[in-house]
Design a protein around this ligand. Structure first.
Ligand code: PBG
Length: 348
């Protein structure tokens, strides 16, 4: 059997005339940096970045987090220095997370609402020294829980919802009293936004805002954060309260509930594997949308950069731009300082 001859290739005609005029050439708007800047749709700015900071007891120490190169747990004095640097770089806000000594942890997370606790002290120190820097504090039990869960655990291993919400309200009051700008409940208990809003209002803290972790998924990307705070669950996982990774309609419902309950900003977390969720939520809400570029997302880029396999700075800016392009107005990111430095040298 013989194969048919390969047909001769037709010469390609690129001339615009007369049959196929190329009226529109998209490359015209990519011709040079000035034109590209002129027509750019998404602008990354330090003022929209929120820098998460880990704080611990002690003095004059900063302990690196091994799975997050470049990120440290700071004692209060050094935390203040890092926060000043962030403010000077024009970073919009910082978000605080505590490393609590094991001896202060228990199942009900009592230390979480100690008015003289680590976070209330950190808030007071920061707001006194740098009043214009926006401070956000995480509201959840896991850093204070000897079970490593975001709620109180009963004898059967279930996470109790309403009992936990009562503790979160006390925690929010302790932070509001210290002068925090935003409390950020990251626990995913039902009804906590409304309960916290009412508690704050009844105590006269109308001006304390709520950044709600509304669509928070049960994600493997939180691993390095749990190393940083020694807060990994002691048993099981967080799937009975954090969202199923396969769901998106549920995210819309969580956002609608949180807005109805009084959230000022809603957040999606993680960011990168959930860009579709960010876009859907952005399309349905008029309040600011935040996204959390979480610890695992940070660690992935740092690890691959350490291998020399990608260009780190370019990848950071591309990644943050993608989150913003998807619809996030604000981004919590461990890259905040590095990105702000890059943006001062070459604004986008
Ligand atoms: C816990 C909390 C977590 C993060 C922020 N708040 C971890 C978790 O839910 O287990 C993760 C942040 C990150 O990975 O950078 N309430």
């Amino acid at each position: 059997m013989t194969l048919p001859d390969t047909p001769a290739l037709e010469p390609v005609d690129l001339s615009p005339e007369p049959t196929a005029p190329l009226l529109y050439r998209p490359r015209r708007l990519r011709s040079n940096p000035a034109i590209r800047r002129l027509v750019r749709e998404t602008h990354l700015q330090a003022s929209n970045l929120i820098y998460p900071l880990f704080v611990m007891e002690g003095e004059n120490q900063q302990v690196p987090v091994p799975s997050m190169p470049g990120i440290f747990r700071y004692t209060l004095d050094l935390l203040l220095e890092e926060a000043k640097t962030a403010a000077q770089l024009g970073i919009g806000a910082i978000a605080l997370f505590p490393l609590i000594p094991e001896a202060q942890k228990d199942n009900t997370g009592q230390e979480s609402y100690n008015p003289a606790g680590l976070i209330p002290r950190a808030i007071r120190t920061l707001k006194t020294a740098i009043p214009d820097l926006v401070v956000i504090s995480d509201i959840a039990l896991d850093p204070y829980s000897d079970q490593g869960h975001d709620g109180i655990v009963d004898e059967t291993g279930r996470i109790l919802n309403d009992e936990t919400v009562a503790v979160l309200c006390k925690q929010a009051i302790a932070h509001a009293e210290s002068g925090v700008d935003f409390v950020a409940p990251s626990d995913m208990m039902d009804g906590r936004i409304g309960a916290i809003r009412r508690t704050l209002d009844n105590a006269g803290y109308h001006h304390t805002s709520i950044l709600a972790y509304s669509a928070k998924y049960a994600s493997a990307y939180y691993g390095p954060f749990r190393d940083a705070l020694d807060s990994a669950p002691k048993f099981g996982d967080k799937k009975t309260y954090q969202m199923d990774i396969a769901n998106s309609r549920e995210a819309l419902k969580e956002v609608a509930l949180d807005i109805a309950e009084g959230a000022d900003i809603v957040m999606i977390k993680p960011a990168l594997a959930y860009l579709d969720i960010i876009a859907r939520i952005k399309a349905t809400t008029n309040i600011p949308v935040a996204a959390y570029n979480v610890s695992g997302e940070y660690a992935m880029i740092k690890a691959v950069a350490q291998q020399g396999w990608i260009d780190e700075n370019t990848m950071i800016l591309e990644t943050l731009t993608s989150i913003k392009r998807a619809g996030a107005d604000l981004i919590l990111t461990y890259f905040a300082k590095q990105a702000a430095q890059l943006l001062t040298h070459s604004p986008q």
